[in-house]
Design a binder for this molecule. Structure first.
Ligand code: PLP
Length: 362
């Protein structure tokens, strides 16, 4: 049995008929930019995220940049960010003219370590950017306390955690602003690049809404140096259709995660934490092993797809030469030992059985 890591054709199959109808309606509407589909999706996604405002933007990277720019921090002010994240979190801080301060995550859940946040705070710190990596929320009770005590903004990179909850909260305990990506592989994925900012802060929402459109509220009048980062009207139609099924998508993911966590029994594999199966969004199911090369050979032989999120940590990337000398041993252990198993809503029970049996025989 050959099992791909992810087939976007299969995950979009259940929506095919509705997406075709939406495309036909879109074509005949004649309204191709910032029309009623963007407005509808923004209203529905804000409600889904238990907050007041959603601003659709072109992608997740822009969502982060627009948030950071909106605070008008002074140039080179410091933003604390986990060292173990996708490159975009750190790139956004640099593109906003700020300085990323990388801190080590927890080895157990791969998320930013709150004691390390405290240690990294300096006179120059203006914000913490927490990242809900792999679909699991960070410890927002503690992170919010730290931010409030130190008067720091809390920005969340939720590109991987649509629908995740932490202590019944989807809004990260009232973080200042949360950035989403709807890149096609995400739990809520468009059919092209797309993203959003959600926030409970009306003034912040107004600024970001203006700045996604060149800094213009009134046609041909520019109040600030914004971006061209509008959410596509067509992608908003598609996203609105898929949003109605997001909870279903996440419960399928939770079901598979629960099966992996209870049925994979192999001392060579360290499984992710199982304490919040019904709160995590399970964007990725990431195991760790000291013998990754051998596991990769085995999975290839057995035709089971896998991926590595991510093989090179940001501070070792060629593009971030100024960070190459940082000593971040936990981040490096994570990047050397992780491997993502297939976990998506198009997997059928037989395939899940097969993955479990195969891994138990390894
Ligand atoms: C953690 C994280 N942050 C930011 C982004 C950037 O999103 P986009 O690719 O939509 O710009 C991604 C995308 O994969 C991501 O995984």
């Amino acid at each position: 049995m050959e099992i791909p890591f992810l087939s976007l054709k299969s995950t979009n199959k259940p929506f095919e008929d509705s997406l075709k109808i939406a495309l036909t309606d879109f074509l005949s509407s004649g309204q191709y930019m910032l029309g009623k589909s963007v407005a509808n999706f923004e209203k529905n996604f804000a409600k889904y995220c238990q907050t007041k405002h959603c601003i659709g933007v072109a992608n997740g990277l822009d969502a982060l940049i627009l948030i950071l720019n909106s605070f008008e921090f002074k140039k080179n002010a410091e933003v604390i960010v986990p060292a173990n994240t996708y490159f975009a979190s750190i790139l956004a801080i640099i593109k906003a003219g700020l300085k990323p301060i990388l801190v080590e995550p927890n080895l157990e859940d791969y998320l930013i370590n709150t004691d390390n946040i405290k240690k990294a705070i300096s006179k120059e710190t203006v914000a913490v950017m927490a990242v809900n990596l792999y679909g699991r929320m960070c410890d927002y009770k503690k992170i919010n306390e730290i931010c409030q005590e130190n008067k720091l903004k809390l920005i969340v990179d939720s590109a991987q955690s649509h629908g995740a909850e932490y202590q019944d909260s989807k809004d990260c305990f009232g973080a200042d602003a949360i950035a989403y990506s709807f890149y096609p592989t995400k739990n809520l994925g468009a059919l092209a690049d797309a993203g959003a900012v959600v926030t409970g802060d009306e003034q912040l929402a107004k600024t970001i809404r203006k700045n996604r459109n060149y800094g213009s509220e009134i046609k041909y009048q520019f109040d600030s140096l914004g971006l061209n980062s509008r959410l596509s009207e067509l992608q908003a139609c598609f996203l609105d259709i898929k949003l109605k099924h997001l909870d279903d998508e996440i419960s399928k993911r939770r079901h598979i995660a629960r099966r992996y966590l209870t049925e994979i029994k192999n001392d060579k594999l360290i499984l992710p934490p199982s304490d919040r199966i019904n709160q995590d969004a399970w964007h990725l199911f990431v195991v760790r092993t000291d013998i990754r090369d051998s596991l990769i050979r085995f999975l290839k032989e057995k035709q089971i797809g896998f991926d590595i999120h991510y093989p090179i940590p940001p501070h070792k990337q060629k593009a971030l030469k100024e960070l190459n000398g940082l000593d971040l041993p936990i981040t490096e252990i994570i990047h050397k030992t992780i491997l993502s198993l297939p976990l998506n809503s198009s997997l059928v029970e037989d395939e899940v059985d097969h993955i479990i049996l195969t891994l138990n025989s390894y």
